[in-house]
Ligand binder design. Structure first.
Ligand code: ADP
Length: 323
């Protein structure tokens, strides 16, 4: 291998920059040219490449987002789009690609790999819904942002004796809601994976009120049947929750743009560097993630078909601890 390319794709995640830096510097340490592809798969199709030196990735380890930019690229779903991307890669003399991203991005990576191009994926998404890695780049930072918000909201909820519904990101996966809810001591956690009737949630909150609790925090996953606004509206329309005054807050994109935590910088550095080592050694068609504290290499075709369940102990604990 002489020329390695790297791109970030799909939803950005804090730590992507640390992963880019690790890929570039590991590649350079092997005497290989490393190219940045701008704007994800769109940049691949447009041939938007730039050769990166060690200095180009200086002082980015602490920055959220991605210096390469990211995009959602519908054209890459088509055979013609991917053929064009392959022509661009081969035309530039690139002989391997590292894809830093989540589920959709790794599906694109697997498609490219199955067309005969060497690709290695790096597990990165704040949602933690990617099969093949216990934890993905960006999760720890997103969790900490959500947790800080929950802690702050609890203070104001207590002052005013309110019930606060806090909506956290995660698309169809409840991981961020579950873990930030447990760490934040939430009274109830609403997940896409467990369909609890709103009446039951209201009942639980009301019980807490009657026992003299000064606040109620309900962490709601954005992908749940009712999001925070929807649940608030349901409570209002059905005359539920007469004790507390209630409000909803949507955390949204603040969870994605934060400064990466130490854990995310280390994870991204480890995965990025290991992915570069793998592709340079001739491995292709795998996702690099972690499992039980070690690097895990999972075939991309397994990754795209796989399903990662929520951690079962925490699911049970959420029920037991919310008293
Ligand atoms: P994430 O990687 O964060 O899950 P997306 O689901 O938006 O983000 O996927 C990012 C990009 O990956 C898409 O815009 C598209 O270019 C590419 N992609 C997603 N699914 C496929 C697919 N089935 N085939 C080819 N490319 C895909």
């Amino acid at each position: 291998m002489r020329n390695l390319a790297v791109l970030t794709s799909g939803g950005d995640a804090p730590g992507m920059n640390a992963a880019i830096r690790a890929v570039v510097r590991t590649g350079l340490s092997h005497g290989i040219n490393v190219w940045g592809v701008y704007q994800g798969y769109s940049g691949l199709i447009e041939g938007n490449f730039k050769r990166l030196g060690a200095r180009d990735v200086g002082s980015i380890i602490q920055r959220g987002g991605t210096i390469l930019g990211s995009a959602r690229c519908p054209e890459f779903h088509t055979e013609e789009g991917r053929e064009l991307a392959l022509r661009r890669l081969r035309g530039a003399g690139i002989d391997g690609l590292i894809v830093i991203g989540g589920n959709g991005s790794q599906t694109g990576a697997e498609a490219l790999h199955s067309m005969g191009f060497p690709v290695v994926g790096v597990a990165s998404t704040i949602d933690n819904d990617l099969y093949g890695s216990d934890v993905t780049i960006g999760v720890d930072t997103a969790l900490n942002v959500a947790l800080n918000a929950i802690d702050n909201l609890k203070v104001t909820a207590s002052s005013h004796r309110r019930a606060l519904l806090v909506e956290v990101m995660g698309r169809k996966c409840g991981y961020l809601a579950l873990m930030s809810g447990i760490a934040g001591g939430a009274e109830a956690i609403v997940l896409p994976e467990v369909d609890v009737p709103p009446e039951q949630i209201a009942e639980r909150i009301q019980e807490g009120y009657e026992r003299g609790k000064p606040h109620a925090i309900v962490v709601v996953a954005e992908g749940a049947r009712y999001n925070a606004e929807g649940l608030c509206a349901y409570f209002r329309e059905n005359g539920l929750l007469t004790g507390y005054e209630f409000r909803s807050t949507v955390l949204g994109y603040v969870q994605r743009g934060a400064t990466p935590t130490c854990a995310d910088r280390l994870l991204a550095t480890w995965l990025g560097s290991s992915a570069a080592d793998e592709i340079i050694a001739g491995t292709t068609g795998i996702l690099v993630g972690t499992s039980k504290g070690e690097i895990a290499k999972t075939p991309l075709e397994e990754v795209v078909k796989g399903f990662k369940p929520l951690p079962s102990w925490f699911l049970k604990a959420a029920e037991m601890l919310a008293r």
